[in-house]
Design a protein around this ligand. Structure first.
Ligand SMILES: Nc1nc2c(c(=O)[nH]1)N[C@H]1C(S)=C(S)[C@@H](COP(=O)(O)OP(=O)(O)OC[C@H]3O[C@@H](n4cnc5c(=O)[nH]c(N)nc54)[C@H](O)[C@@H]3O)O[C@H]1N2
Ligand SMILES: Nc1nc2c(c(=O)[nH]1)N[C@H]1C(S)=C(S)[C@@H](COP(=O)(O)OP(=O)(O)OC[C@H]3O[C@@H](n4cnc5c(=O)[nH]c(N)nc54)[C@H](O)[C@@H]3O)O[C@H]1N2
Ligand code: SF4
Ligand SMILES: [Mo]
Length: 694
């Protein structure tokens, strides 16, 4: 780094609700220095997580992929030879055309996710898909339980201004380990605590770092949040905390709800959740007495087979107390809808052929192993291009995923920054730029800013951006669309114009745009986003405005009103434990598992076990244990911790498969059966047995 680095501005590209506004040190030699949170942007408010603060370690990592590679040994052997870009792109095009000639265009399945949240770099692959009528991508792995659950109540994916967390009298942090996964929530929470004496409640399945900051921490059994919500609402009605005027004016079926809750007593909820009656009543009285309560609803408690119903039940509490009416009150999950982005040019929306199938991202194991239902009766998938995701590590039902990727008749090209588990099983590996090396823009899930991320540095070696790769392939594949003729900057500009945000110049001026809708709209003061303006206690899932592939899973059994839905994978005699696979603080999904400081802090794959459960299994702290279920087995080290409940296990982080003693990662244990109502993966809903390993 030269003596005086320039401070340049950017936006964090990672898959995190905080989408932080960044101040980046760029040296005269083009090297990146320290990264800090912008103190001017009001949500970031000067704070970023530690792993991004030390991003120089990732950008200038000696293991970054810098040249295209071609496999020269058996699949997965890791034996690659360097080739030119032209040779790599020619080969991908040839194999895609061959796949198309043999089985039709739908044998090709472009596959991507949110390794970058950049709207151009993340979503551009769809343009190639649509132009070529390849199999479309039904994205389910992260949001498919959470978003519909929230939208089913309020009608739209938006809510109170997240900065109002600093103006609340009670902040309920529900199913999100914010200290680890979106640190800025804590900035605003601490302000509310300091300036207003606000209480902080945390609802989770173990005593994590966020709960350690709480006034009231509730450790419930995984997948029982619907029961907790019902127990709380029972008390609210019983003790006169329900806002009957609000209920009459703004909700669909208050009387039916009240009658239904008669039997959902705290005693009933206690038996299901494992919480004491006193804990449930304390929580209810807190949010009842402090009407100005802000429910910050995370993703974690939706990653169960009953997760959509649980999300809806939790959001319903704010409709019983009428918290929505007050600044600093209401329930917030994500702000996706406020940006009203029109990405037609980036995604090639004009070319979509709805007669092509959309294959379910989370079912990649079933798809690649030829499951006829998962393939929707169509041809096998024989060629893939993968960008911004690491399915050979992060996707559920990993044994089937890896069996699928091992198929000799499957051609896989992976565009990556590092030699991930997925890159390792590829036939062609392409080196990708990082966010500081290309132009893009971002929207905040957990706040209300659009953010800019301009190119600030030259990429190492021969790295190319996603957009460059897609355009180069389009030429070779004979795919035509005006999006392939445009630069990334031009795509940002046209997208912002088409969305009513005035183009790239408006964004560049300050590096972000504040898209916060007015109070009346964000608080639904003129009604919730349904034709009659009423919050739905009785969801109509089929009519919930969420882009999906039709109703899936056991949707017919979804509860009619908020309830405990027994669809979870309950423990049984053979599998006495419930396992949640919660996020690791120093990783972000499978990213940062390559940086030495993150790895050193996370140490090694491990599972938290209650000391009494450990004693019963003759397991001591640090012992190697085997976890198993019908889907597979994993060996990792036990960590004794009394902050988990008896019968519950927590394995933090999506470590690379190679970090495990048997090369079998945690997702060997997670299931890919589609969850209701629209599919999605229940990563925290697994029954397993535990044994001391030899
Ligand atoms: N057991 C368990 N499994 C889980 C979860 C869990 O909680 N537990 N969480 C699930 C969730 S919520 C999600 S979202 C998924 C996420 O899983 P992934 O999609 O795999 O997540 P990331 O690690 O964010 O990103 C993947 C890759 O994108 C690459 N990348 C970043 N930027 C670019 C770019 O500009 N171009 C290219 N070509 N590549 C880029 C990174 O190097 C990284 O290897 O995992 C899911 N899997
Ligand atoms: N450090 C770090 N940051 C991340 C990520 C990461 O892996 N690491 N992942 C990123 C991504 S892709 C996403 S989608 C977001 C997700 O971030 P969050 O919204 O925080 O969601 P999760 O990471 O799935 O889990 C959050 C918490 O839910 C808890 N949980 C699990 N099951 C239940 C349950 O049944 N009930 C309740 N009440 N709690 C439960 C978990 O123990 C965990 O503490 O974070 C992003 N940020
Ligand atoms: S908190 Fe999230 S958005 Fe902010 S810097 Fe860290 S990973 Fe990026
Ligand atoms: Mo996610």
């Amino acid at each position: 780094m030269s003596a005086q680095p320039h401070i340049r501005h950017s936006t964090c590209p990672h898959d995190c609700p905080s989408a932080c506004a960044l101040d980046v040190e760029v040296g005269g030699d083009g090297r990146i220095g320290r990264i800090r949170g912008s103190s001017v942007q009001t949500y970031t408010a000067g704070v970023v997580c530690a792993k991004v603060a030390r991003y120089a370690e990732r950008v200038h990592h000696p293991d970054r992929l810098t040249h295209p590679l071609k496999r020269v040994g058996p699949k997965g052997s890791g034996a690659f030879a360097r080739i030119s870009w032209d040779a790599a792109l020619d080969e991908i095009a040839e194999r895609f055309l061959a796949a198309e000639a043999r089985h039709g265009s739908q044998a090709v399945w472009p596959y991507y996710y949110a390794g970058t949240m950049g709207r151009v770099m993340r979503d551009g692959l769809n343009r190639l898909t649509h132009a070529k009528k390849y199999s479309r991508f039904y994205s389910t792995i992260c949001i498919n339980l959470a978003w519909p659950g929230y939208i089913a109540g309020v009608g739209r994916l938006m809510g109170p201004d997240p900065r109002e967390m600093a103006k609340t009298d009670c902040l309920v942090i529900w199913g999100t380990n914010a200290v680890a996964t979106q640190v800025n929530v804590m900035t605003h929470a601490m302000r509310a605590g300091k300036e207003r004496g606000a209480k902080i409640v945390v609802v989770d399945v173990y005593r994590n770092a966020t709960m350690q900051q709480a006034d009231l921490g509730l450790v419930l059994r995984p997948g029982t949040d619907g029961a907790l919500a019902c127990g709380v609402m029972h008390v609210l009605f019983r003790e006169g905390f329900a806002d009957r005027e609000f209920l009459a004016k703004f909700t669909d079926a208050p009387d039916e709800l009240e009658a239904h809750l008669q039997t959902r007593t705290p005693e009933w909820a206690s038996a299901i959740t494992g919480l004491s009656v006193a804990e449930i009543e304390e929580f209810a009285r807190l949010v009842g007495a402090r009407k100005r309560t802000f429910f910050r609803l995370g993703y974690g408690f939706s990653r169960s087979r009953n997760g959509a119903a649980n999300m809806h039940a939790a959001a319903s509490i704010a409709a019983v107390t009428g918290a929505w009416a007050l600044e600093g009150g209401g329930a917030f999950h994500n702000n996706g809808a406020i940006f009203h982005l029109n990405q037609a040019v980036v995604e090639g929306a004009d070319l979509i052929d709805r007669s092509t199938r959309a294959l379910d991202q989370s079912r990649i194991g079933a798809i690649l192993t030829g499951d006829a239902q998962a393939l929707q009766g169509g041809p096998p998938v024989t060629a893939m291009l993968i960008q911004n995701t690491n399915p050979a590590c992060v996707a559920p039902d990993q044994n089937r995923v890896r069996e699928g990727f091992a198929r000799e008749d499957l051609f896989v090209a992976v565009h990556e920054q590092f030699m991930t588990d997925t890159a390792r099983i590829a036939d062609i590996v392409l080196p990708a730029t990082m966010f500081l090396e290309h132009d893009d823009f971002y929207t905040g899930g957990g706040h209300q800013y659009l953010g800019f991320g301009p190119k600030l540095a030259e990429p190492p070696g021969e790295c190319r951006s996603n957009h460059e790769v897609i355009c180069a392939l389009a030429t070779r594949l004979g795919a035509a669309h005006r999006g392939f003729e445009m630069s990334a900057r031009e795509l940002i500009d046209v997208t912002l114009r088409d969305s009513g945000w005035g183009g790239i110049a408006a964004l560049e001026r300050v590096n972000w745009l504040d898209a916060q809708p007015p109070f009346e709209s964000a608080h639904f003061a003129r009604g919730f986003r349904w034709p009659d303006g009423k919050f739905r206690f009785k969801p109509d899932w089929a009519r919930t405005p969420f882009s999906h592939n039709g109703l899936m899973g056991p949707w017919r059994d979804l509860p009619k009103l908020p309830d405990h839905w027994t669809a979870i994978e309950e423990a049984d005699d053979e599998h006495p434990f419930r396992l949640a696979t919660s996020p690791a603080r120093q990783f972000l999904n499978s990213t940062f598992t390559e940086t030495p400081t993150s790895r050193a802090k996370e140490m090694r794959p491990s599972v938290m076990v209650h000391p009494q459960d450990a004693a019963a299994a003759d397991v001591a702290d640090g012992d190697l244990v085997t976890l198993g279920n019908a889907r597979g087995r994993v060996r990792l080290h036990a960590k004794l911790f009394d902050g988990v409940r008896r019968g519950v296990l927590i394995a933090e982080g999506i470590w690379p498969n190679s970090a495990f003693v048997d090369g079998q990662g945690i997702n060997v244990l997670t299931g890919a059966d589609p969850a209701a109502p629209f599919g999605g993966a229940a990563f925290h809903d697994n029954r397993v047995w535990l044994r001391k390993a030899s």
